[in-house]
Structures are given as structure tokens and as C-alpha cells.
Design a protein around this ligand. Structure first.
Ligand code: MRU
Length: 359
């Protein structure tokens, strides 16, 4: 992806220093800022407060967080404590635990003196793998979209939340096929739902604008009407965890879009890499759903007329609110899952990953 014409990833090790830079997503879309992580605690806090967010990016940040920790102390006790701290930052996206497990199985067999350097290398490999997998998701997803076209002049896509470049290291998951289409010269337009309360849809709009992809932001509640009117070729979303039976945990509001898409006979597609699939989780009921702070609903964030960022209270501090951050879309409402290996029916994940057959 490019920001103001400069190619960039969402996370990168700082040349010549034991530190990592990330794009501070809490400042977007109003300001573009880079935030430096020096210590394990910085990485944990960046994940917790959503300076980095999106399942694949959370996993990569955790991997670098472990590398930062091992620079200070690399014995078993320190490694396990650091992994424990990072794992506790956010509960739903399984990529976090996947990345930590991969780091631990690479590092624990090594003598402590060799672990820090190996951790930096492994974190960089996880980041590179994520880029490659997302690029493949883009290619497979584009093929699927083109196969489903019925002669429409324009490819009309609806998405929810941000499953784009910002949620990964590059390319994105749900948006990867959109970028692939745009880069191939295909006329594509994206309907972007706001995704209250954290408004990740505004991040989607920001990154689509950076890439020049035509898009329109809608209120979350407008999705049903637009789908029923016709003209939208597919809904594509990402995922934070896909259970073995194909149930999909994704940003709150996803399930309503899946229901509306099914009612309107619009294909509902989920794009995610292997690191998002939890074969140890039998079905969606077993996926932990993150409950976030009520102030995410009580306060609004934006800029005033002079462009100064600030917050507005829309509910008193004592107002009772519930803020589940994710929902589960049953596999029966998912038409296809798109991964780096190709596409499959939601209830046939093992066809893409036959090596998982015995889990
Ligand atoms: O709470 P967030 O912003 O970290 O939410 C995760 C997501 O970005 C989405 O649910 C996304 O659709 C899946 S991650 C590519």
C-alpha cells in the first residue's frame, strides 16, 4: 500500500535499533502518525488500546513484542511471562495466540543466548508470510468475484469494519481482492459501513482513498436497504476467528450483514488467512467475545471545525451500555471462505487444509 505515494507496511523493525514502528491507527483518519515500540509493554499497550488492530496485524505485533521482551531477558520464565502478557491483551482474534505459539515453538528449544536474534528473524518471517498470504487471498478472491459476475459494468462490493491493509501487514484480507481488481483495471466500487462504535469503516475509507479506489461510506443501518435494492455483487468481510465448522467471529454487525445478504441472494464471502482459523475450536459458541469499555459508546471522537481532534459526550457516564466487539456468523450464512490456499464452502475448511484432518 502507499500513503501519500510512499509504499508502506503497517509495522516494520526500525533499521539499526531494537525497536518497531507501527502506524498509530487511533489517530486515523484525521492524522497520520507513526508510533515507536521500544519494550514488550509498549507492544502490549499498542494492541490493547488499538493503536494496532485487525487480527493478522495483532498477531505480527505480538511476535515483535516477544522479540522486544527477549532483548531484555530470554530465559524460559521471561519468555513465557511475556507471551502470557501479550496473549491477555485481546481475546477474540486467534491470530494473536497463533503467532505467540509459533514464536514459542521456534524459540523455546534454543539456548537463551540465541533467542533474541532468532525472535527478531521469526517475527519478520511472520510479517512477510502475512503479506504473501494476503496477496494470494487477493488473487483467489478476485477470481471468485469475476466468476460470479452477471454482466454488470461495475463490480459493486460491500464490506464491514476494516479488513484492509491496515488490519494486516499489507494488502488486507477482505480488501485484497478489491485492490487486485482495481490494480487490474477493473471498475470497482466499495460500500463501506461505518462500523460503530469504533468506526473502523472510516479506516477502510481512508485506505481506499489512499489507493484511489472509488467508495461510499454508509451508516451501518443502511446496509439492508442497499442490499435489497440490488446491484451489489458480493459482501466481503474479514474474520477474527473461524471455528472448525466454519462459524465466523468478526466485528460486531457482521452477522446482520450476512442475514441481509442472504435475504437479498447476495453472496456473503469471508476472507482470512490460515492464522485466523482455529481448528481446535469446534464451533462459534466456543469463541470468546471481547466486551469493550462502555465509553466507546458514550463518547464520540472526531475533529472540530478547525480540525482539532477531540471527543464529545453523547451519553452520561452512568448510562448503562453493552459493547460486545464481535459477533458470530453461522457457517450456514457464509457462501465461501477465501484463504491463501483458495476458496471453499464454509463447512469444508478441511478440504483446504487436509493436514488438519485429525485435529
Ligand atoms: O477490533 P478490531 O478493529 O481489531 O477488529 C478486528 C477487525 O479488524 C475486524 O473484525 C476485521 O473484519 C477482521 S481482521 C482482518
Amino acid at each position: 500500500m502507499q500513503v501519500n505515494g510512499t509504499p508502506l507496511r503497517t509495522i516494520w523493525p526500525v533499521a539499526g535499533a531494537r525497536a518497531v514502528d507501527v502506524i498509530d491507527q487511533t489517530a486515523l483518519p484525521h492524522a497520520f502518525r507513526v508510533h515507536r515500540l521500544h519494550r514488550l509493554e509498549d507492544a502490549a499497550e499498542a494492541i490493547r488500546c488499538m493503536q494496532v488492530r485487525g487480527a493478522p496485524l495483532i498477531g505480527v505485533t505480538a511476535a515483535y513484542g516477544l522479540a522486544l521482551a527477549l532483548d531484555r531477558r530470554a530465559d524460559d520464565e521471561a519468555l513465557l511471562a511475556a507471551a502470557h502478557l501479550l496473549a491477555a491483551t485481546r481475546p477474540t482474534a486467534v491470530n494473536l495466540r497463533w503467532a505467540l505459539a509459533r514464536m514459542q515453538s521456534r524459540l523455546l528449544p534454543l539456548p537463551p543466548a540465541a533467542r533474541a536474534d532468532a525472535a527478531w528473524l521469526e517475527a519478520a518471517t511472520i510479517a512477510d508470510d502475512d503479506v504473501d498470504q494476503c496477496r494470494r487471498i487477493g488473487a483467489h478472491g478476485l477470481q471468485l468475484l469475476l466468476a460470479g459476475r452477471r454482466g454488470e459494468a461495475r463490480l459493486e462490493i460491500m464490506t464491514h469494519c476494516n479488513a484492509g491493509w491496515l488490519a494486516t501487514v499489507d494488502h488486507g484480507t477482505a480488501l485484497a481482492p478489491v485492490y487486485a481488481a482495481f490494480d487490474a483495471g477493473i471498475d470497482v466500487h466499495v460500500w463501506v459501513s461505518e462500523t460503530r462504535p469504533r468506526n473502523q469503516g472510516l479506516l477502510t475509507a481512508w485506505e481506499l482513498r489512499q489507493h484511489g479506489v472509488p467508495h461510499t461510506v454508509i451508516a451501518d443501518n443502511a446496509a439492508g436497504l442497499l442490499l435489497a435494492r440490488g446491484g451489489i455483487g458480493a459482501v466481503i468481510v474479514g474474520a477474527d476467528r473461524i471455528a472448525a465448522n466454519g462459524d465466523v467471529a468478526n466485528k460486531i454487525g457482521t452477522c446482520l450483514k450476512a442475514l441481509a445478504a442472504r435475504a437479498a441472494s447476495v453472496p456473503f464471502l469471508v476472507a482470512a488467512p490460515r492464522s485466523t482459523i482455529d481448528f481446535a475450536c469446534a464451533n462459534g459458541a466456543a469463541i470468546p467475545i471481547e466486551e469493550r469499555a462502555g465509553d466507546e459508546l458514550r463518547l464520540l471522537h472526531g475533529c472540530d471545525a478547525a480540525g482539532v481532534p477531540g471527543e464529545l459526550r453523547q451519553l452520561p457516564a452512568t448510562a448503562a451500555v453493552a459493547n460486545p466487539a464481535f459477533d458470530v456468523t453461522p457457517a450456514s450464512l457464509v457462501d465461501r471462505i477465501i484463504s491463501e490456499r483458495g476458496c471453499c464452502a464454509a463447512d469444508s475448511l478441511r478440504a483446504l487444509y487436509p493436514e488438519q484432518a485429525d485435529d
